[in-house]
Ligand binder design. Structure first.
Ligand SMILES: Nc1ncnc2c1ncn2[C@@H]1O[C@H](COP(=O)(O)OP(=O)(O)O)[C@@H](O)[C@H]1O
Ligand SMILES: O=P(O)(O)OC[C@H](O)CO
Length: 499
């Protein structure tokens, strides 16, 4: 048997390649950040060619660390920042435009138009999603309408659409020399173009968003052999797993039973609960999405609370205010004070996502007095992540009828002890991190490994999961309620900023 499974985690801020062994342990990592491009307020782009180049580099780095050749690697799985939209030419491989990143708000006017015509929830029954700047469909419409020549090429079958999974799989499997044009059900469920029941592109959605079907990838399960790597970086290795990153983290945390949930703390925060074969429609501002589908097995659905800005706020404090040098320094700064000093930071930089879905909101700091110093701001920054998670947990418990007994957590911000303790306090629930913190990459590895028989079934995967750390609530209820009331008041101050 080959020794390893490789996973590519193409995230918002960086691209990683991780090699896992049969116990689901990390044996090697390659990682590279890419440029965040902000051409105008609210616009966020990535250069897809830079990301493809980084992908090749990180695979090579991960391989070289342990002197692995293709024959040591049973399969490769891909997981990716979802919704981020690319259109490229089939013959040249060149993107028509930078990728429009999930946080990009340039489609705000389009959202307003659809809202006026039929309301934000008009496509929820088909797609599980509200009309929002977040999803790929409107981003693709924007590209088709604003990039010269793209619509004509798309209609001729020369231009291809994809999220980052599709773009990377196409390149890995041959690119201009016959690359495979596929996506999986989880990524497709975030385009707002797929029907949640049929798991196919929905003609009503394509008509509503004016998207030519010919440019869309084939929708596959999350775990099957899509093709083989032709690039010299890993020649002959089957590409056998594909999951949006939040779905991959659910798999990596082995949340295979209905009612199990995880929260991933990265650029944004994404709380996902497995709802099994049931398509649960949210009454409280959550998304209905596909959790995963392994080969021909029945699809699992999920409820998701997506929060746009959490770790990104820490980066903003670092890069735009210069208050800290590294993201991890925020903890030390926050510990210089005992509490938030009355200040609340609502980071509605891309509007507010779940459970509010306010495209018209923008960021505010509320409760400022002469007393507030940079320590209090750092604390308000970290607390914002915890309050936004509480908003989503409240919605999740109402929609699912399940009270979370503990929350499995992962992602870059989990390293922050102060945040995790505060999260447990404000949720009044245990917060648990797993021994393998890279759950997103692990989920993609599991999907690929299941497809090629490296792992036999999900029971084997469950045995790999172990607790690293548990945080237990310590805050009195009165204090918790008082803090949360302040947050709820602050949220309302961010509304209706955009006309
Ligand atoms: N110790 C820390 N405290 C607070 N935030 C952190 C810490 N370490 C990393 N972060 C934040 O976590 C994010 C990176 O996490 P990661 O899971 O790699 O994100 P992504 O997958 O979205 O690229 C960044 O936004 C960074 O600011
Ligand atoms: O790349 P991440 O971890 O920030 O995740 C981004 C999400 O998939 C966006 O929906």
């Amino acid at each position: 048997m080959s020794k390893y499974i490789a996973a590519i985690d193409q995230g918002t801020t960086s691209t990683r390649c991780i090699l896992f062994n049969h116990q689901g342990k990390i044996v090697s990592v390659g990682q590279k950040e890419h440029e965040q491009i902000y051409p105008q307020p609210g616009w966020v782009e990535h250069n897809p060619e830079e990301i493809w180049k980084n992908t090749l580099e990180v695979i090579a780095i991960a391989r070289i660390h342990v002197s692995a050749t293709s024959s040591d690697i049973a399969a490769i799985g891909i997981t990716n920042q979802r919704e981020t939209t690319v259109a490229w030419n089939k013959r040249t491989g060149k993107p028509y435009h930078n990728a429009l990143v999930w946080q990009d708000t340039r489609t705000t006017d389009l959202v307003a138009k659809y809202e006026k015509e039929g309301g934000l929830n008009q496509f929820r029954d088909i797609t599980g999603l509200p009309v929002s700047t977040y999803f790929s469909g409107l981003k693709l419409q924007w590209l088709l309408e604003n990039v010269s020549g793209l619509r004509a090429d798309a209609e001729k079958g020369e231009a291809l659409f994809g999220n980052m999974d599709t773009f990377l799989i196409w390149h890995l499997t041959g690119g201009v020399h016959g690359g495979i044009h596929v996506t999986d059900v989880t990524n497709a469920s975030r385009t707002q173009l797929m029907n949640l029941r049929t798991l196919q592109w929905d003609q009503k959605m394509l008509d509503a968003y004016n998207i030519p079907a010919i440019m869309l990838p084939a929708i596959k399960s999350s775990s099957e052999i899509y093709g083989t790597v032709t690039n010299e970086v890993l020649p002959g290795v089957p590409v056998a797993g594909d999951l949006g990153d939040q779905h991959a983290a659910l798999v990596g945390q082995t949340c295979f039973e209905p009612g199990m949930a995880k929260n991933t703390y990265g650029t944004g925060c994404f709380l996902v609960m497995n709802t099994g074969s049931e398509i649960k429609t949210s009454e409280n501002g959550l998304l209905t999405t596909v959790a995963y589908q392994f080969g021909n097995n029945p699809v699992h659905y999920a409820l998701e609370g997506s929060v746009a800005v959490t770790g990104a706020l820490v980066q903003w404090v670092r890069d735009n205010l210069g208050l800290i040098k590294n993201s991890s320094d925020i903890e030390k700064l926050a510990k210089t004070v005992d509490d938030n000093g009355g200040a609340y930071f609502v980071p509605a930089f891309s509007g507010l996502y779940a459970p509010y879905w306010r495209n018209d909101a923008r960021g505010v700091i509320a409760g400022l007095t002469r007393y507030v110093n940079k320590g209090h701001i750092a604390r308000a920054v970290l607390e914002a992540t915890a309050y936004q998670t509480l908003d989503v947990v409240n919605a999740m418990e109402q929609d699912s009828g399940i009270k979370l007994s503990s929350l499995r957590v992962d992602g870059g911000m989990v390293l922050n002890q102060l945040l995790m303790q505060f999260q447990s306090d404000i949720l009044d629930t245990q917060v648990v991190s797993p021994a393998v913190a890279e759950t997103t990459a692990l989920g993609a590895a599991y999907a690929a490994g299941l497809a090629v028989g490296y792992w036999n079934n999900t029971d084997e995967l469950r045995q790999n999961w172990a607790v690293a750390h548990t945080w237990s609530p310590e805050m009195p209820a009165v204090k918790r309620d008082e803090l949360y009331r302040g947050w709820q008041k602050a949220v309302t101050k961010s509304y209706a900023w955009m006309d």
